[in-house]
Design a protein around this ligand. Structure first.
Ligand SMILES: NC(=O)c1ccc[n+]([C@@H]2O[C@H](COP(=O)([O-])OP(=O)(O)OC[C@H]3O[C@@H](n4cnc5c(N)ncnc54)[C@H](OP(=O)(O)O)[C@@H]3O)[C@@H](O)[C@H]2O)c1
Length: 257
């Protein structure tokens, strides 16, 4: 098996993607970090370098049709190959099912579903050459849809299906494909979600945070690093027999019946 070399991580300017990039810098020689905010990516790049890898920042809007191909081409010309692709970027509008507009639906799909799908396609041949792996990021709402987060749940469910479909082709082409399914992780996105929850419940923010944790019965909110660790496992040689799996990490949010 080839030694691990080059990993692409999207959504690496903050939150879960940033934590993944920094964690993967311990295992990969080059970590390509992708998001729109160049300043924030530069800060991630410093941490990636400090953790032991060389960072290549690609500031790009993954909603653009040509962006995934451009990110892969930059990676190949600078690093010469790709061993892992970790799709984390996502910003599906947290709007109610009855009021969400077509534009909001299209925006959510354009990044989280099609951006990740196009990146997987653009990187496929390189991953086939390296015997590499892909991780998609879904979310636990895929299994527990609510009207308040109708699109988030729907697109997360679509990601699990898309990833499974890629994993079937990956069995033929020697590429592992898995999905990480996080529960509530404290990031900017989760804070926005909790602000909306607080408004719906007419609670102060801090009370709403406690109330949400109690209501969902979680052991506590996850940290981005709690997701980065299993992602690192999923793209490691130790996980060589793990493919087509949706791995839920949710602080006990899932309940029996
Ligand atoms: N936090 C949770 O509780 C939770 C739970 C389940 C699933 N998830 C999923 O985990 C993923 C990361 O969530 P997070 O909480 O870490 O979110 P976050 O803190 O909002 O970070 C989102 C990342 O996506 C990037 N991004 C947004 N729009 C982009 C675009 N058009 N092109 C390229 N990059 C873009 C952002 O960077 P820029 O703004 O710089 O572009 C940022 O790096 C998402 O897919 C989310 O659905 C999160």
């Amino acid at each position: 098996m080839n030694p691990l070399r080059v990993c692409i991580v999207t959504g690496a300017s903050r939150g879960i993607g940033r934590a993944c990039a920094i964690r993967l810098a311990r295992d990969f020689s080059d970590v390509v970090i992708v998001a729109r905010n160049g300043d924030a990516l530069a800060a991630t790049a410093e941490s990636v370098d400090a953790a032991g890898a060389q960072a290549l920042a690609v500031a790009i809007d993954l909603k653009d049709l040509a962006a995934p191909r451009a990110a892969v081409d930059r990676t190949l010309s600078k690093c010469g190959g790709i061993d892992a692709l970790v799709n984390v970027a996502g910003a599906v509008p947290q709007s109610d099912l009855l009021t969400m507009t077509d534009d909001e639906w299209n925006e959510g799909l354009a990044l989280k579903l099609h951006g990740a799908r196009r990146l997987a396609l653009a990187a496929w041949d390189a991953l086939k050459s390296s015997g590499g792996s892909i991780v998609f990021t879904s979310g636990a709402t895929a299994y527990a849809p609510t009207a308040a987060l109708g699109a988030v749940a729907t697109i997360n469910a679509a990601i699990i299906a898309l990833s499974k479909a890629f994993s079937e082709r990956g069995l033929v082409d020697g590429i592992q494909v898995n999905t990480i399914v996080p529960g509530p992780v404290m990031t900017d996105r989760r804070r926005t979600m909790l602000q909306k929850y607080a408004a719906r419940k007419q609670l102060p923010f801090d009370t709403a945070v406690e109330s949400f944790a109690r209501e969902t019965g979680i052991s506590g909110f996850g940290l981005p690093e709690d997701i980065a660790t299993p992602v690192a496992f999923a793209v490691s040689p130790e996980a060589q027999w793990m493919t087509g799996t949706a791995l839920r990490i949710d602080g006990g949010e899932a309940k029996s019946a």
